[in-house]
Ligand binder design. Structure first.
Ligand SMILES: [Ca+2]
Length: 482
């Protein structure tokens, strides 16, 4: 078949009805199975302002300042996420932030004041940041999301406080400081070092551990969130994470979901945590760079396919969460020099690959902003009257493409839990692989062409392909198989 670069082709090879039946059965039997979720990450301050009365110190011209978004605003825009097809929402930490920001500099940006708008500079674990909203606002978000079939993951920090906090100088009952200041080298000892120079909480001390655990668990229980995204996982020891797993399960339920931010995480490097059942999932830091390289012509297609296959080594019942952009890395579209056609190929690969796809807010409308701090800029709302991103243009065609791919992913068990068979030959320019779900018989053939021209490709049909007809899930229509 002929393929243009921008149009990966899909062919589903078995009866649709059987796949649908099995999908419904499986969803009921595995209430806590996150293999079919599509996760959307929002920096609350940068998304939607639903309450101007809490906009203390807001300066939307400051790339590191507060921009006014809040939980009420996010709640009011949940239909935007439901319409896109996402099934889970991850929001940044919402506890009270340090009172004043820090002077900051970045290439290409005027020196600016960096505030705690991102939520990771906590002053008090037991209080909410009023610019984000109240505990009731968080509960209303969770309830409104649940009505739309969307789970909410709350980001929590255990490793450090803000640069200033109510904990500085605090000591335990037997006189030990709560904080380690400026000690250690993260290259030598990740647990005792000060990440980004932030005061390191000594969570190995039971009094400190109980304070942060109790605060986060109480907030989760009050609001009814479905799980935690665990910040700076690498920088806390396994004893803490084992205790964390026990307590969250005991107090928040067996299905309470844990997603670890282990910097550099892959199927291989996360396996120890999965083996010890500390968490249910971890971010896959390898997908973004691998995809960027391949779509730009670096490396053979067969090697990239072998990499995708290696992601299937993840332990059964545990998940990799793979993303194209994040608040801690330059955004993919910028890394690709703004090439939206190549970006689309990575979107297609993200949505046809094993794991929990994570969409960084606004990426689905080709949000601009490349490196920090502009990778955390405002959600584009185009002509819609939503601040802070009112008037920022949106690529609606890109959003439609995301919608289509998310819908295809959610319809096919093969794409979420199926096996991976690489069909690319050593010299083939086109990447070809088959995803197959043995239980339902659902199969999807994925073909991706990174060349700047149409190419012809022969794909060896397996014995399991069955009926000699398939359906193109992107362009529509039948595909004849010979
Ligand atoms: Ca506000």
């Amino acid at each position: 078949m002929r393929l243009s670069r921008a149009m990966p082709a899909w062919a589903r090879v078995r009866q649709w009805g059987l796949g649908l039946l099995v999908a419904l059965f499986a969803a009921g039997a595995w209430a806590a199975d996150w293999s079919r979720e599509v996760l959307y990450f929002v920096l609350v301050d940068r998304f939607a302002d639903g309450d101007p009365s809490n906009n203390r110190g807001v300066d939307r011209r400051n790339p590191g300042g507060w921009h006014g978004g809040d939980l009420k605003g996010l709640t009011a825009q949940l239909d935007e996420l439901r319409d896109l097809g996402v099934t889970a929402l991850w929001i940044n930490p919402v506890q009270l932030q340090q009172a004043r920001g820090m002077p900051a500099q970045a290439p290409g940006v005027q020196p600016f004041q960096h505030e705690g708008f991102h939520g990771y500079w906590i002053h008090d674990f037991q209080a909410m940041e009023p610019r984000f909203g109240s505990v009731d606002d968080l509960k209303r978000l969770v309830d409104a999301a649940r009505e739309r079939g969307i789970k909410v993951l709350l980001d929590v920090v255990y490793n450090h406080t803000g640069y200033t906090s109510r904990y500085s100088g605090r000591r335990t009952a037997d006189g030990q400081p709560w904080i380690r200041l400026g000690e250690g080298n993260c290259e030598v000892d990740a647990v005792t070092c000060a990440v980004g120079g932030l005061p390191d909480l000594r969570v190995e001390l039971p009094e400190v551990r109980d304070h942060v655990l109790d605060a986060n668990i109480a907030l989760a229980r009050q609001a009814g969130v479905a799980g935690f995204r665990l910040d700076t996982y690498k920088h806390i020891g396994s004893d803490f994470w084992a205790e964390h797993r026990r307590r969250t399960r005991d107090q928040l339920g067996r299905d309470f979901f844990l997603l670890a931010e282990y910097w550099g995480g892959t199927a291989q490097s996360l396996d120890g945590f999965f083996e010890r059942d500390e968490v249910d999932s971890g971010f896959d830091f390898s997908f973004k760079g691998s995809c960027e390289a391949w779509v730009q012509g670096r490396g053979r297609s067969v090697a990239f396919g072998a990499y995708l296959r290696s992601r299937h080594q993840v332990r059964t019942g545990y998940h990799l969460a793979h993303y194209l952009s994040s608040h801690d890395e330059p955004m993919m579209l910028g890394n690709l020099g703004g090439d939206r056609e190549r970006f689309r190929l990575c979107v297609a690969l993200q949505m046809t690959s094993l794991g929990i796809p994570v969409i960084y807010y606004g990426e689905e409308v080709a949000r601009g902003g490349h490196d920090w701090p502009l990778n955390r800029n405002d959600m584009p709302w185009g002509s819609r009257d939503v601040l802070p991103g009112k008037g920022i243009p949106r690529d609606e065609a890109m959003r439609s493409y995301y919608k289509q791919l998310i819908a295809v992913r959610r319809e096919h068990l093969a794409l979420t839990r199926g096996s991976f068979t690489l069909l690319t030959g050593p010299q083939d320019p086109v990447l070809a692989f088959l995803r197959r779900d043995a239980g339902s018989g659902d199969q999807v053939l994925v073909l991706v062409n990174r060349e700047d021209r149409p190419v012809e490709v022969d794909v060896p049909a397996g014995d399991s392909w069955g009926a000699p007809a398939a359906r193109d899930r992107l362009a529509g229509g039948a595909v004849a198989l010979a």
